[in-house]
Design a protein around this ligand. Structure first.
Ligand code: OOG
Ligand code: MG
Length: 262
């Protein structure tokens, strides 16, 4: 750790306030260039503790920066994780209030729901599939608190990986009997196709994203409890949204789910 505990707490308050007030801030590494990975996650966990202390429930976990589409768009190539909140959850077909967000973008993702605990530094795709209750299509609404969505990897980890809103829906089903990597994912905006990819865009197999999360948590001595929702990361580049837009994810074998932005 390069930053003192009081600086970690100040930066957590700074970034969480920016989120809650929907206000842009400059990326925190500008003022703290020596910040390291441990500092970045320490700030994210401090934001998480602030929310929990106010009664917020953690609704799940999210992986980010897990596909080439995202890497090329953001210029950073390393998977990161963050957490999902109860107030971030929007139902399938529901409405996202843009007035509470800065410059939202939407991502098409595959979500996992676990039915058994997962832990360990060598967690594999097979272990993730065995511990999976069902998978489903998801849309994540990301909203970096940083000016013009410009950041480096440590700043975005501290900012809870731009987490803002999320929706899971469609027709949930077990991953067994599915050729998951080859499932087609179509993202549409106002009925027009924006992107078409295979689920293998996500680290070769979306379950590898969950396994990566488990391995990253294991390095901190943490695991993933049974009954955890995990978003595996945008399979394509994120798409900006504005007033009136309807965004839909269509997933082969997993149905269709949508959000409307007002
Ligand atoms: C970071 C969050 C990325 C994903 O699915 O890749 C993310 C960002 O691009 O703002 O959620
Ligand atoms: Mg995402």
């Amino acid at each position: 750790m390069a930053l003192a505990p009081n600086v970690i707490d100040e930066l957590a308050e700074h970034l969480e306030t920016a989120e809650l007030e929907a206000r842009e801030v400059v990326k925190i590494t500008d003022a703290h260039p020596d910040m390291d990975w441990d500092d970045a996650y320490a700030i994210q966990y401090a934001i998480r503790r602030r929310k929990v202390a106010r009664g917020c429930r953690i609704a799940g976990m999210k992986m980010g920066l897990t596909s080439k589409g995202k890497w090329d768009q953001m210029g950073v190539r390393e998977p990161v994780y963050g957490f999902l909140t109860d107030y971030g959850s929007v139902p399938d077909g529901g409405v996202v209030d843009l007035s509470m967000l800065i410059h939202p973008k939407v991502e098409a993702e595959i979500a996992f729901m676990t039915k058994a605990p997962l832990e360990g530094l060598d967690c594999s795709i097979e272990q993730v599939l065995d511990a999976t209750d069902f998978i489903m299509p998801a849309l994540e609404v990301i909203d970096s608190r940083y000016l013009n969505f410009k950041f480096d990897i440590k700043s975005v980890v501290a900012d809870n990986t731009s987490a803002a809103r999320f929706m899971v829906g469609g027709a949930p089903r077990s991953p067994y009997g599915l050729d998951l990597p080859n499932i087609g994912i179509v993202l549409t905006k106002n009925g027009e196709i924006v992107a078409t990819v295979a689920a293998s865009e996500v680290l070769g197999h979306p379950a590898e994203s969950v396994a990566t999360l488990v391995r990253m948590l294991a390095r901190r001595g943490e695991g993933l409890p049974a009954g955890t929702l995990v978003l595996t990361g945008g399979a394509t580049a994120a798409v900006a949204v504005s007033h009136g837009d309807i965004v839909e994810v269509r997933c082969q074998a997993l149905g269709t789910a949508s959000l409307r932005f007002v």
